[in-house]
Design a protein around this ligand. Structure first.
Ligand SMILES: NC(=O)c1ccc[n+]([C@@H]2O[C@H](COP(=O)([O-])OP(=O)(O)OC[C@H]3O[C@@H](n4cnc5c(N)ncnc54)[C@H](OP(=O)(O)O)[C@@H]3O)[C@@H](O)[C@H]2O)c1
Length: 282
């Protein structure tokens, strides 16, 4: 039995669909009944901030997909670190045979926000007794419609992106990789097993000007100072704005432009292009 956390989210809602089609036994962890009913699969109500509910949800479970929301502008350690390390401890106590964690592209101690948080969680996972796999995706194509891509709010792709290329990935391909690992249906080239990190990208690295053209909207390459002013005007604290600018600078420097073959290796088919992603949205 597989437990899927983050099941109502960008990756999770596709993962429950894929696991359902595969006929794999699974249940979703959701924070409220309505979310579970909307998924249309077996679910259990729980919260990563309430470890006892996670322990209960893991009853009868031997594989776990660990995924939850990103960085928040809150003081102190990121909530995701507290939530996911507690879930790892619960998984270890329950004797999980495989924990697949959605992480981020190149987590590192010197990184910021969610990328740094994922590094901390990965350290905790590596020091646990749980057999693990790490999915390390670049940015999601879906960001351009969820507001994280600086597009949905203003009908323009706007941000200090520069000319840096990013190999954005369709979250459906991340879900397919997760399903392959969780069910053991993975691997065309010896990529199976646990204790591995999988760098996941789309098939092409695009500039944000190219993405804006595909979306049919203007591209505004904001100077970082202008972006900072806008972000502060939204009420975000100075330290959070500085860290967001670090993330933008990482993108602008081309640090997420590498294209990997991992989606193909794990699923047996190539990752979706940005054009295919847009076509599927209709
Ligand atoms: N977006 C990107 O480009 C990108 C790139 C690399 C890595 N990531 C990582 O991907 C992960 C998911 O980010 P996302 O923005 O795509 O979010 P998401 O998966 O769309 O949404 C977050 C999911 O986590 C659930 N969740 C949040 N807090 C929870 C809690 N306390 N207990 C149980 N479930 C909880 C939410 O449930 P509800 O429906 O109840 O809110 C939702 O299903 C993050 O760790 C992020 O760092 C994102």
């Amino acid at each position: 039995m597989i437990l899927v956390t983050g099941a109502t989210g960008t990756i999770g809602r596709h993962l429950v669909g894929i696991l359902g089609e595969m006929g794999a036994p699974f249940r979703a962890l959701v924070r409220d009944e309505a979310g579970g009913r909307a998924l249309g699969c077996e679910f259990v109500v729980g919260d990563l901030d309430e470890p006892a509910s996670v322990v209960a949800a893991l009853d009868g479970v031997d594989r776990l997909l660990l995924n939850s929301g990103g960085a928040l502008p809150v003081a102190g350690p990121q909530p995701m670190v507290r939530q996911q390390t507690a879930a790892i401890d619960a998984a270890a106590a329950a004797g999980m045979s495989h924990l697949v964690k959605v992480s981020a592209w190149r987590p590192a101690p010197e990184a910021k926000l969610s990328v740094r948080a994922h590094w901390e969680i990965e350290q905790h996972l590596a020091s646990s007794d749980v057999p693990w796999s790490l999915l390390r995706p670049t940015g999601y194509m879906q960001n351009f419609f969820t507001g994280e891509g600086g597009f949905a709010a203003a009908d323009a792709v706007s941000g200090p992106y520069g000319a840096g290329r990013v190999a954005y990935i369709d979250a459906r391909d991340i879900a397919a990789c997760a399903a392959a690992l969780l069910t053991g249906a993975h691997g065309t080239g010896g990529t199976g097993g646990t204790g591995r990190a999988y760098p996941l990208t789309g098939p092409e690295a695009l500039t944000h000007a190219e993405i804006a053209a595909k979306l049919g909207v203007p591209f505004h390459d904001q100077p970082p100072a202008e972006a900072a002013t806008q972000l502060r005007a939204r009420g975000l604290p100075d330290w959070f704005v500085d860290d967001l600018l670090w993330l933008y600078a990482d993108l602008a420097a081309g640090n997420l432009s590498e294209v990997t073959t991992t989606v193909h290796d794990l699923t047996g088919r190539p990752p979706r292009t940005f054009d295919a992603f847009l076509a599927a949205r209709g």
